[in-house]
Design a protein around this ligand. Sequence first.
Ligand SMILES: Nc1c(NC[C@H](O)[C@H](O)[C@H](O)CO)[nH]c(=O)[nH]c1=O
Ligand SMILES: CC(=O)[C@@H](O)COP(=O)(O)O
Length: 161
Amino acid sequence: MATANKNLSDYDKSTIPNAKDFRFGIVVSEWNDTITEGLFQGAYSTLIENSVSPESIIIWHVPGSFELIYGSKKMQEQMVDAVIAIGSVIQGETKHFDFVCEGVAQGIKDLNVLHDTPVIFCVLTDNTMQQAIDRSGGKHGNKGTEAAIAAIKMADLRKNA
Ligand SMILES: Nc1c(NC[C@H](O)[C@H](O)[C@H](O)CO)[nH]c(=O)[nH]c1=O
Ligand SMILES: CC(=O)[C@@H](O)COP(=O)(O)O
């Protein structure tokens, strides 16, 4: 289902596990910071709305989405129950977009395979700035909200697995 057919901010609160005792790490890329700040606000507010304490959320910033890989690896070492990696990659004139997107996706996948703390892929990979705006609090909702819900569910799965 394409994002156009689903609002990224919609979720049924009655289906969300109790998150009050979980600790989360959020790693935020500074590239396209107006977008990543919107994604962060969506993720952070959703964690708080689901009873996570502000003191239980560690927040770090990295230069760009490619650095989310290293930042998330170090965040996994911080005794958190899940990590949310936030970035916004927007197509430019060259193939660099392809390499950054593929590199980050593969790197975060690897962190989920190699280590026991789930890392949630909250990285927008858009053709245009408008697409990024639409998915970071615009008409299609906020992927940060979606990522926070995924983080809570994966932290709960990890606890019970
Ligand atoms: N063009 C975008 C980048 N590029 C920077 C890389 O992520 C990386 O920081 C650099 O190659 C140094 O290692 N990053 C984004 O997050 N978004 C972009 O649109
Ligand atoms: C995703 C990128 O690295 C890209 O935005 C950089 O722009 P350009 O391809 O024009 O150098």
